[in-house]
Design a protein around this ligand. Sequence first.
Ligand code: ZN
Length: 254
Amino acid sequence: MEALILVVLCGLAWGSFLNVVIYRLPAGLNLAKPPSSCPSCQARIKPYDNFPVLSYLLLRGKCRHCGTPIPFSYVLVEVLTPAAFVGLYLHYSLSFFFFASCLFTTALIVLGFIDYRHKILPDRITFPGIALALVYSFFRRDLPLLQALLGAAVGAGFLLLIYGGYYLVRKKEGLGLGDVTMMVMVGAYLGWVKTLLTLILASFVGAFVGILIIAVKKKDLQYMLPFGTFLAPAAYVALVWGDRILAAYLSLFQ
Ligand SMILES: [Zn+2]
């Protein structure tokens, strides 16, 4: 129980830091300085207004000084990070795989939210992620280096196929190469089977949301959805529940 509380508290603090990364990294700003301030009125955010989740609720989602609404995605990151860590803890307890998966999940959260806000997937996250996943493969038995490389190849290969197919049919780019790089990272960590699962889950949910947007907002098919935002939660689901989903799927054929 103590460990679970510790995981929640660390997740809350880490989520706060991830917000800083998500909002400063795409703008090329320093992650350490200056201290947090309101993007609208520049007022420094006091330590007592900087508690994860709690401050958002107490301030009713607005800046204390100028009343500008704080984006909902801030509090979403602060809630999702500890929740995702708890999910990992319940599956792996405090093992080496838990800590490695927290890092992997961190990359997913940052990528998912940056893609949502800026429609980019920065190499500064994906490249170190790929390097870490490959180094990590030397230390794990379930996914040795060759399997990690195969996963990376499958992740990138399938996206390049879709990318190429879309380009041939519509004569323009449907996905960014950032999605391909992100799937290299996901593939190197999850292996090829769960990488396929990630792609299938993300495509289904992405298509569903896309159809909803077209139906509700009357936007046409040109409207671009950030695919990384769907790949990130799909990869997390494949990481934590992938084995169960695959077992359930295979049992259909027995
Ligand atoms: Zn303000």
